[in-house]
Design a protein around this ligand. Structure first.
Ligand code: NI
Length: 164
């Protein structure tokens, strides 16, 4: 396994549409393993292959202490609405409020080539939407309701902690 370089949002590749995976090859499995190591190291909630410079519809989402591997993920159902703060490993120093569905059901292939469905709510639902957006060249701040700066973020996190 290897740690991969995370591409930043000013790189034009981030705006490109990723291509579907038609066959699980050793290269795709290697990509998943390396992305897992990279995401673990960066402590993120999710990572799309484009963020490590690979234009393939592959992404990882961290959920309940494990990484869900998503190949050719598609949203098949959404429910409700949420507005919360989002950031991205490719956009250091940028945070903003985005509108996302509260619950999301997706369909994706796993590393064995099997089609699975996954349901996520709250943070996981946001991560599913955020990563699938990456595969279409969309960044979270494209549709942010409002961007916030670091001091505002710290203020909000502090208040959340006090409320716990
Ligand atoms: Ni991101």
């Amino acid at each position: 396994m290897a740690l991969l370089n995370i591409v930043l949002d000013d790189d034009q590749i981030m705006r490109k549409k990723s291509k579907p995976v038609d066959k699980i090859t050793p290269r795709i499995l290697q990509l998943l393993d390396d992305m897992k190591e990279t995401l673990d190291d960066a402590n993120g909630a999710g990572l799309a292959a484009v963020q490590v410079g690979v234009l393939r519809r592959v992404a990882l989402v961290y959920d309940e202490d494990k990484y869900i591997e998503l190949i050719n993920p598609e949203i098949i159902e959404t429910e409700g609405k949420q507005e919360d703060i989002e950031g991205c490993l490719s956009c250091p120093g940028k945070w903003g409020y985005t509108n996302r569905p509260m619950k999301v059901k997706i369909r994706a292939m796993n590393r064995n080539g099997e089609i699975e469905t996954h349901e996520g709510k709250g943070l996981t639902a946001r991560a599913f939407c955020h990563e699938i957006d990456h595969l279409d060249g969309i960044l979270f701040y494209d549709n942010a309701v409002r961007m916030i700066d670091e001091s505002e973020l710290e203020e909000i996190l502090k208040k959340d902690k006090e409320a716990e």
